[in-house]
Design a protein around this ligand. Sequence first.
Ligand code: PGA
Length: 249
Amino acid sequence: MRKKIVAGNWKMNTSAEQGEELAAAVAERSGETDGVLLIVAPPFTHLTKVADKLKGSAVQLSAQNCASEKSGAYTGEVSAAMIAGTGAKYCILGHSERREYYGETDATLNRKLTLCLAESLTPIFCVGEKLNERESGAHFDVVRTQLSNTLFNLSDEDFAKTIIAYEPVWAIGTGKTASPEQAQEMHAFIRKTLFEKFGDKALETAILYGGSCNPGNARALFSNSDVDGGLIGGASLKVDDFIAIAKSF
Ligand code: PGA
């Protein structure tokens, strides 16, 4: 049985105080979402404080990114080891905002994957096509290339630890969600692509949907056989919405 997962990507939102409050509220209400793994991904500066608030609950902590180098003279960067030191067990990698605004390439992401896995951080690895790529019918090719240039380089063992998030770029923060059919079609494609490389291990891999997921559309998305949960941006900043989404399986 694959895990059901709902992860909140807070992006560059919340003050330290708001972050602590939100984390405490998620921890307090996590009992309502039996059988669902809840993960929160606050900004780096909040990780230790949020870790404190999550203590004693089953809610897990994630970073949103990590450095592509191990340590040293890289001003402003935060290493995978530093993240692991906060108590975080997960790290989002390859989010389209990182790819687009910070020039992250598949080569960068390969280094980040290796560094995270070496620190026992579970990558939540994002893939997804842009609007023009979907409109031109290139979406499957784009996603296959994103996978084959990165995750295909992992050992079977490391691949088995990885979570995948399909996030069509045109649906992120736009209020435009992929239809349940579009999500299922791409998730099934991703699973098939991974199966061709990793065999049965791909049947155990959680594939999350991300992009304007909210309490109103989560149930229809999560009811698809290859959609194992969600990576939630905007709606993860409101505890009621985040918990409602996690109750939508
Ligand atoms: P959104 O963001 O839910 O605000 O569209 C999702 C994401 O970028 O992870």
